[in-house]
Design a binder for this molecule. Structure first.
Ligand code: ACO
Length: 330
């Protein structure tokens, strides 16, 4: 069986930065509270004038991944877009991105698995490559969470951000690449985090975001308590499946929800925080985009080297959670 290797990564973030100080003017909160409880300092918000729809951001991230890989769009067999905030109910963000990047030989679709969407997509792509059904698969995590955020709810609006990340996977005979993927869900707890409505249009200005009628609801405390053991247990399972010890992992790229969750997972796993890549300080929680966005930054910053073992671990709405073990080969 062939192996699925990551051959390119890319990301894209909206230009407009919304700092904790900006949020102090929108809801009753403070930079001190947000930083202490979450680690987040700022996030990016998509604006119409900047052409920053979910599909725009996803297309930009995808192009960067293809450029890095030196693979042209006509060679892409499949596009999977992990998202909870597509621009339209239909068609999929996948098909919109397919048109934008002119990947006319691909099959494109969206995958909805909350913040774990990217790890779910990795499993689908890996299986398709291993079965010989695809040679080149583009996985994109793209989100415009500002479109489903309740800007009057201080307990959630301070957490979320917009952005996109992409990876290009290619079939190769050489061992390595995606070593294993593990995904789980528990629908009994779906009402701990949900959004009801379709996405309204991009706002014309920052003021516009506060008037969006919409609605995301979250029980943060209960989610926190679910997230920590779920992430730690599935990460341990993933390592055991590959016969790897904790010290064999050079970098953990977790879903970027909250620094305190990551510190608790780090303690449970006894993997030091220095091995956890975090960029939630700059972007907040970008749901399905957070892992590929972090992976692209980590690789471009030189934090991941050829031969390194990288552990991905996620948790999100659904509830969903997952892990993957990679051996980096670029
Ligand atoms: N600014 C100031 N005060 C606030 C804010 C805010 N933005 N938000 C809440 N508070 C207040 C509350 O009203 C409460 O006040 P009270 O004590 O007078 O009632 C107090 O702060 C404490 O609130 P808690 O909700 O208990 O605070 P907690 O320490 O649990 O932190 C948080 C809240 C950050 C949401 C945390 O629970 C969390 O991160 N949970 C996990 C959420 C998560 O991981 N979601 C993502 C998983 S799924 C996905 O990624 C989409």
């Amino acid at each position: 069986m062939p192996f699925a290797h990551i051959v390119g990564t890319g990301s894209a973030i909206p230009q407009r930065i919304l700092s904790n100080a900006d949020l102090e003017r929108i809801v009753d909160t403070s930079d001190e509270w947000i930083t202490r409880r979450t680690g987040i300092k700022e996030r990016h918000v998509a604006m119409a004038d900047n052409h920053e729809s979910t599909a725009d951001l996803g297309s930009r991230a995808a192009r960067r991944a293809m450029e890095m890989a030196g693979i042209t769009a006509d060679l892409i067999d499949m596009i999977i877009v992990a998202t909870v905030s597509p621009d339209r109910i239909f068609p999929s963000a996948g098909c919109m991105i397919q048109r934008e990047i002119e990947a006319n030989n691909a099959v494109a679709f969206d995958l909805s698995a909350g913040c774990s969407g990217f790890v779910y997509a990795l499993e689908m792509a890996n299986n398709s490559i291993k079965m010989g059904q695809s040679r080149n698969v583009l996985i994109i995590g793209a989100e415009r969470l500002s479109s489903v955020t309740n800007w009057q709810d201080r307990s959630t609006c301070v957490l979320l951000g917009d952005g996109a990340g992409a990876v290009l996977l290619s079939s190769q005979e050489m061992a390595g690449g995606i070593l294993s993927t593990h995904i789980k869900s528990d629908g009994r707890l779906w009402d701990l985090l949900y959004a009801d409505k379709g996405n309204p249009p991009l706002p014309a200005s920052l003021e516009g975001i506060t008037t969006i009628p919409f609605h995301l609801k979250m029980e943060g405390n209960r989610l926190f308590k679910q997230a920590v053991p779920s992430m730690a247990n599935i990460a341990e399972h993933a390592l055991a499946q590959n016969g790897l010890r904790l010290e064999d992992i050079q970098l953990v790229i977790p879903h970027q929800a909250n620094l305190r969750i990551l510190q608790a997972v780090s303690e449970r796993l006894t993997i030091p925080m220095e091995k956890f890549y975090t960029n939630l300080q700059k972007y907040g929680n970008t749901s399905a985009a957070s892992i590929p966005l972090a992976m692209d930054e980590a690789f471009r910053e030189g934090r991941i080297k050829r031969g390194n073992h990288v552990l991905l671990v996620s948790f999100g709405a659904g509830l969903t959670w997952g892990a993957a073990v990679l051996q980096w080969t670029i």
